[in-house]
Design a protein around this ligand. Sequence first.
Ligand SMILES: [Zn+2]
Length: 137
Amino acid sequence: MISDRIREYEKYFEDFITLDRLYPVIGVKITHHGRSFGSFRCTIDEYGEIYNYYIQISDYYDYTEENLRDIIVHEMIHFFIVYYKLAPISKPHGKVFKEMAKHMNEKYGMDIRKHPDLDKYKIREDLPWYKKVYYYF
Ligand SMILES: [Zn+2]
């Protein structure tokens, strides 16, 4: 379960701040997108209030444990930055993101970057044909 992983991966954020659990405020959606592994979404209302946080993860690829961890932690960094208002929302991969990713990569041997190389990932063999085709419009 992705939500169990989110709970587990909170430990990687302990160097930054003492958190209440991230889990209760992060939702998870599974997508079948072929051009992205994951994304972080939230709603901002007209008063600048941010809510409805969730992470989307694509089931299009055959991830290794490490791939999946890195993707989830990448999206959790986005959540973390937005939730604690550490950077402007218009710059999702700015200085703070880069610093946190560098920390994760150096301390935990992750490979978190702005744009992972999609070509290095294997498409799942067991997907129905209609999930293997991703259309651009
Ligand atoms: Zn990102």
